[in-house]
Design a protein around this ligand. Structure first.
Ligand code: ADP
Ligand code: ZN
Length: 797
């Protein structure tokens, strides 16, 4: 018999995979995807079989050791899925074991939490009787069996295949559920005097209408506990414990709405449904304006795929922002759904994983990591809001879940629907090139008009006293909207920091002529820089177009704006939704209050733009459309167009007509013009032309090398070194299709105490990949320097 070699991915940092010989007694049962034990130095390690081959590895065959045993007979990862993970490792230039770490929960990857129960009256193979009888009749955890009897996994696996034991998994969620303390103020006056800190904490708790977690209090006050203790004894505050993690389901299922499909929905389904039977890769781009009823299309498609006996996977950008989406699905599919999101504890996650793998559910809805849900027979993958940048993982394995979902659909021969009102240019270009079937829904499902959008020129508009961030027009319309008893959303795309700079009078922005991105303001050197090619100019003293001298970072934050609004008009009941307020329970509370009409103005960042459906919102205001255009990122215009279209899509979704006012210093910009006329096609055409001219994606591939170090000298030298190796290689190999840009400081030069530089490789996929691999290999590791390779980077900051 031929010798078989197994490449095994193990959890050992330095080695990605190790090769072992398969011992004869395992030849019949060994499979790709199984969990095995292998010797490593003088230890025993758990690993996953990545490939099996008869070709011996190219090192001394004498030195090859043998696989020790199988942990489980059934592969923990399907072989088709291993092939998908192999692709990912290869594509993102990361070790396979890292991909595995992302894809499979650690409790599964290591020894698992198997629980063996002997089956009474089973026929037990002779040589296993001893072991069988040693297991208590109530069952036992695998680790305990091993500790007690010293037996090896393959014996247990043999027992399992002989049908002598039943195997379940421990309910880790129950065992390890984390609790947290919550505090709330009680009514009543204090008798004795309170300390300053006690008063502060009490005031804080009174201001907040809902319980406050210990974690939050620790974040706001230093060492709050001794003060809280006093408040507890005085009975001014009460405390109790709650599970820290939310139920995987955030909303209760709503009632099922029965709708008659619109003509456009019907046409889309006519194209999709016939592909759900056969096992074939069928990709669709479903381009449907906001409110066109994409969800209904998804529901019908999922219904069909379940009828075919297959399963469905739905990826959403941020599940906690769209509880309504899940609740609509639950109203149709009930308990057939598992939900995966970042709010789940490891134990809950493990539980869901197990449930999915056991085939107890047939639909998985989740954020990007749901891509790795162990569904056995996927027939349909849906990526909703496919253009959203949060599908890109920004640490560890930097994968894009949208892109990998396409690869997965290819590997498992499934249908995939990418849905969006504003498709990414990558997907749109794929549709144009005939790689995806393009389906368009131009009308809203219930025939409501798309909202009327107007651009308000901030250079020319008057202001109302005390509200200088709102044009007179927006201010008047806001009052009118609230007076009518309607609601309004005000969108402010401003994060804490502002690397962009513009003329306060005419709105002029400075751009790099070579890279066509905005220049970034670096306060420490009073300079403007291009973070792609490191072009630098001094901070200008006056604007070249209008000679004005008011040049500087611009803007106002969400918090300030909500305060100003509340102070300005008593009828405004304002709530704020941003990364500071919109966490966990608080988020649902804010959305619920707004939905139920307890608040009438919702001020917020990107978070307000995502798929919400508030029928009573008739006015949407965009405080400034310019910050996105100013971002030092070649996708700035695309992001702005997407954001404006999404935020506009929140208006007039019910029976009332909607109106949108977009304030800007640059009303002639094509992204704003196209957003105001709901003209995606014209936007895409102009932007694609620009991308082609500058050879930017989707007309080229990018790989970024992000260099980080705690010392600015070191990082600069390392970045230059990396770039020069890359440039040398490109020259030697005559790779005419690659441009090496940089090194340049990143727009955020210093983040979390790390200095940051980057080098960009731009060109054909094959060649940039070669350059990155070679350079990364040739670049000598240096202490204190980290080089992160980001394939298809999304965050250019
Ligand atoms: P999208 O995701 O495309 O923005 P939704 O799927 O949220 O849109 O649908 C918007 C609204 O239209 C929802 O309230 C939905 O119930 C409703 N709707 C969907 N299809 C129909 C239809 N055929 N007739 C009437 N209303 C519909
Ligand atoms: Zn440049």
């Amino acid at each position: 018999m031929e010798t078989l070699f197994a490449a095994v991915a193990v959890d050992v940092r330095v080695f990605d995979e190790l090769t072992y010989r398969v011992p004869e007694h395992l030849l019949d049962s060994i499979q790709v995807g199984q969990l095995v034990h292998v010797p490593f130095r003088n230890q025993r390690k758990t690993g996953v079989i990545r490939t099996l081959s008869t070709t011996p590895p190219d090192f001394d065959p004498e030195k090859i050791r043998e696989v020790l045993e199988l942990v489980e007979v059934e592969p923990i990862v399907e072989p088709a899925f291993i092939s998908f993970l192999n692709f990912m490792a290869d594509y993102y230039l990361v070790p396979f074991s890292e991909v595995l770490r992302v894809a499979v929960p650690s409790s599964i990857r290591t020894d698992g939490a198997k629980f063996y129960t002997p089956i009474e009256g089973a026929t037990v193979p002779r040589d296993l009787v001893d072991i069988f009888e040693s297991i208590p009749s109530g069952g036992e955890v695998v680790a305990d069996i091993r500790k007690r009897s010293g037996i090896i996994f393959s014996k247990l696996a043999d027992l399992e295949s002989a049908g002598a034991v039943s195997v379940t998994y421990l309910d880790l969620a129950k065992v390890k559920e984390k609790k947290e303390k919550f505090y709330a103020a009680m009514d009543g006056e204090s008798e004795g005097k309170l300390g300053a800190k006690q008063r502060e904490i009490l005031a804080y708790l009174r201001r907040r209408t809902e319980p406050v977690s210990g974690t939050e209090l620790r974040g706001v006050f230093d060492n709050p506990y001794s003060s809280i203790k006093g408040l507890l004894t005085k009975e001014l505050v009460k405390v109790w414990e709650e599970s820290r993690y939310r139920n995987p389901f955030i909303d209760e299922p709503g009632p099922r709405k029965h709708v008659t499909l619109s003509r456009e929905q019907e046409l889309a389904l006519d194209a999709i449904l016939p592909t759900l039977g056969p096992d074939a890769f069928s990709p669709f781009l479903l381009h449907g304006v906001t409110g066109s009823g994409k969800t209904e299309v998804y529901i019908r498609a999922i219904t069909k795929v379940l009828e075919e006996g297959k399963m469905g996977l739905i990826l959403l950008p941020e599940i906690s922002l769209t509880p309504q989406f899940v609740s609509v699905f639950r109203s149709v599919f009930n308990d057939e759904i598992a939900v995966l999101h970042s709010g789940l504890s490891p134990a809950h996650r493990f539980d869901q994983w197990r449930k999915i793998r056991a085939g107890e559910v047939s639909i998985v809805i989740g954020a990007r990591s749901a891509l790795f849900a162990p569904l056995k027979n996927i027939g349909l993958i849906i990526v909703d809001e496919e253009h959203d940048s949060s599908f890109k993982q920004e640490e560890g394995v930097r994968y894009n879940a949208r892109d990998m979902a396409i690869v997965l659909a290819m590997k498992v021969k499934a249908t995939i629907i990418l849905g969006s009102a504003t498709p990414s240019l990558e997907s749109f270009q794929n549709a144009k090139a005939g790689k995806f079937t393009y389906l368009e829904m131009k009308k809203r499902a219930a025939n409501q008009a798309l909202p009327d959008v107007e651009l308000v020129d901030l250079r020319e508009s008057a202001r109302v006293d005390g509200l200088e961030h709102l044009s007179e027009k927006l201010s008047i319309e806001l009052t009118a909207c609230i007076d009518k008893g309607h609601q309004s959303i005000l969108f402010l795309n401003r994060r804490g920091f502002s690397p962009c700079i513009l003329c306060g009078s005419c709105g002029h922005q400075w751009r790099c002529e070579a890279c066509d991105v905005s220049l970034t303001y670096h306060r420490s050197q009073e300079s403007l820089r291009c973070h792609h090619c490191d072009f630098i100019i001094r901070l200008p003293e006056q604007c070249p177009t209008c000679a004005n001298k008011r040049i500087g970072p611009k803007g106002i934050g969400t918090e300030q704006l909500s305060d100003i609004l509340s102070a300005n008009n008593k009828k405004y009941v304002v709530s704020r939704l941003d990364a500071d307020t919109g966490k966990g329970k608080k988020l649902n509370e804010i959305l619920k209050q707004f939905r139920e009409g307890e608040t009438n103005v919702l001020v917020g960042t990107q978070m307000v733009t995502k798929g919400h459906d508030f029928p009573n919102v008739t006015l949407v205001g965009v405080i400034s459309a310019d910050s996105g255009l100013n971002f030092p990122d070649f996708r700035g215009a695309e992001r702005t167009f997407q954001l404006l279209s999404q935020v506009a899509g929140r208006a007039g979704r019910g029976t009332l007509e909607g109106r949108v006012l977009i304030q800007t210093y640059d009303p002639s910009h094509f992204a704003l013009q196209c957003a105001s006329t709901h003209d995606y096609h014209s936007f895409a055409e102009q932007e694609l032309e620009r991308r082609q001219k500058f050879q930017l994606p989707p007309f080229s591939s990018l790989i970024a090398a992000k260099v980080e170090s705690g010392r600015s000298e070191t990082v600069m030298r390392a970045a230059h070194k990396w770039a020069s190796i890359a440039k040398g290689f490109v020259r030697r190999e005559k790779l005419s299709g690659v441009v090496v840009k940089g090194p340049a400081t990143a727009p955020f030069e210093k983040l979390r105490n790390k200095y940051r530089w980057q080098v960009l490789l731009q060109g054909t996929r094959k060649e940039v990949r070669r350059v990155a691999l070679f350079t990364q290999d040739a670049f000598e590791e240096q202490r204190g320097v980290k080089v992160i390779i980001d394939v298809d980077p999304v965050n250019m900051l």
